[in-house]
Design a protein around this ligand. Structure first.
Ligand code: KIV
Ligand code: ZN
Length: 514
């Protein structure tokens, strides 16, 4: 069987990635990302476009002076002043590269550069020769290569390799290519450029049609041995080929691609989070490899499969990308198996009858709530499987409260069809309400925990309050209450706890901690 080929990972987060609207990084931030890229073990870092701004020049210079390991590359147009600037910026790097580019598509030559093919060809050659005076490692990119006429593209590639380019990068600058078509472009170059074996063929794909990774992989199958990519796929417009997807694609399907990378994949999640934090670009939850949900399962059938063997529904190990473990999200699609596992992991052992009861409560709750928290499950198991008699019923609530004043409340409850009202004041409205309830019920509780979250979405969302109350003598009870008015939800939650205590139905009689 053919030995696997290495794919050079050229990270351009600090250059093309930084071209994402709003993603600008300062020198300190760029250095922080560069240090993490070293830990990720990328082969090359495109540190910036030195002529574009004094800040970019300083950043490339700083990275070139400090960072050891990967090649440090600086971008330059095919102009002497750009190349001088890039050469100066990368000068201190132990392993340096100058990346020169020039557009070769008809559209770019006519409208942007206003130059004919022959002029472009000689400018590209001159630029490579000039850059070669500063550095042995030269990359050349015929910008908009995917929309460049094939014969001309082959001529340019052959000429720049002859001039000394050691890597020739084929960019799909506007994300226009389709995998089969882009594969043919690379194949065509391998078949029609006589000196192609003298350079590494690279690809640089944009994601305008969501095909950046697919196009890059199609190029790899056809001989490309360097892929340019960015962390989280950030970059100009819809972004670039994402490093995590290309690397994990090659690793997971090494059998198919017969290639490998040297990336330390366990560093992927850390890198993704760092870049997201620094650039402020949030990673979508369903993003492949690094999204919040990439290793989360909610469907009952999937959760059951995962619990039997992870391989049933996971093609990558979460630990391989630095994620601690698979997440089984409990929601309305979850089944018995996952519910049982979570209940067990929370330390409960239930009889079959109680388990069935708890499970059906969970199913009812999961139809109403977006997220089921462990706290919800504890409440279900500890309290809700017990029958609760509503001894005190909530009636009305009157509150007078101005910022800075001590809140005063009047609470009315009903017991045995008799209404009882009491006033109280407290540190805050909730404290005052709980004091008024204590006065009516003559049971004193102290609040151990108070949590609130929305059950539904929007401004008129139903707020749910969950409280944990200590009524003394080891009677610690959870209570819950829901209302569109969060103050009322707070009162109902506390009253729910009170009623549980009065009913004497606390968890410990019906379930036990293992
Ligand atoms: O997208 C592009 O063509 C580029 C080049 C400079 C490589 O970013
Ligand atoms: Zn680009």
């Amino acid at each position: 069987m053919k030995k696997k080929d290495k794919i050079v990972i050229y990270d351009t987060t600090l250059r093309d990635g930084e071209q994402s609207p709003g993603a600008s990084m300062n020198i300190k931030e760029k250095l922080e990302v560069a240090r993490q890229l070293v830990r990720l073990n990328v082969d090359a870092i495109e540190a910036g476009f030195p002529i574009s701004s004094p800040g970019d020049f300083e950043a490339v210079k700083g990275i070139a002076s400090e960072i050891n390991g990967p090649i440090i590359s600086g971008l330059a147009r095919s102009l002497k002043k750009d190349i001088d600037c890039a050469a100066e910026a990368v000068k201190k790097a132990k392993r340096k590269r100058i990346h020169v580019f020039l557009a070769t598509s008809k559209i770019h030559m006519k409208y942007k550069l206003k130059k004919a093919e022959e002029e472009i060809l000689s400018q590209a050659v001159e630029a490579v020769k000039y850059a070669k005076k500063f550095c042995k490692d030269i990359e050349f990119s015929p910008e908009d290569a995917s929309r460049t006429e094939s014969k001309f593209l082959a001529r340019v590639v052959e000429a720049v390799v002859k001039a000394g380019a050691t890597t020739v990068n084929i960019p799909d600058t506007v994300g226009y290519a389709i995998p089969g078509e882009f594969a043919n472009t690379i194949k065509y170059l391998f078949e029609n450029v006589s000196n192609i074996d003298k350079a590494v063929i690279s690809v640089h794909c944009h994601n305008d049609l969501g095909l950046a990774v697919s196009n890059s992989l199609a190029a790899v199958i056809n001989g490309a041995r360097q892929v340019e990519c960015t962390v989280n796929g950030i970059g100009e417009r819809a972004g670039n080929c994402s490093i995590e997807e290309i690397v994990m694609g090659i690793k997971t399907r090494g059998d198919y691609f017969r290639c490998y990378t040297d990336v330390k994949t366990e560093e992927i999640i850390k890198t993704s989070r760092l870049v997201s934090r620094i650039t402020g670009i949030v990673v979508q939850p369903n993003k492949a490899v690094v999204g919040e949900n990439a290793f989360a399962h909610e469907a009952g059938i999937h959760q059951d499969g995962i619990l039997k063997s992870r391989k049933t529904y996971e093609i990558m190990k979460p630990q391989d990308v630095g994620v601690e473990k698979t997440k089984l999200v409990l929601g309305k699609h979850s089944g018995r198996h996952a519910f049982k596992e979570r209940i067990k992991s929370l330390g409960f052992k239930l009889s079959d009858k109680d388990f069935e009861k708890a499970f059906s409560r969970f199913k009812i709750l999961s139809d109403k709530k977006k997220t089921i928290y462990d706290e919800d499950l504890i409440t279900i198991v500890n309290d809700e499987i017990a029958e609760i008699k509503e001894v005190y019923k909530f009636q009305t609530l009157n509150i007078s409260y101005k910022t800075g004043d001590i809140p005063k409340v009047s609470v009315t409850l009903e017991k045995d069809k008799v209404k009882i009202a009491k006033d109280a004041s407290g540190d805050g409205p909730v404290d005052a309400i709980y004091k008024a309830i204590d006065k009516i019920t003559k049971i004193k509780g102290s609040l151990l925990n108070y949590g609130i979250h929305s059950v539904t979405e929007g401004k008129d969302a139903l707020g749910e309050v969950i409280v944990k109350v200590d009524f003394g003598s080891g009677r610690i009870v959870n209570g819950r209450g829901a209302s569109t008015d969060i103050v009322e939800a707070s009162a109902k939650a506390y009253l729910n706890a009170v009623n549980k205590v009065i009913s004497g139905k606390t968890s410990r009689k019906r379930s036990r901690l293992i």
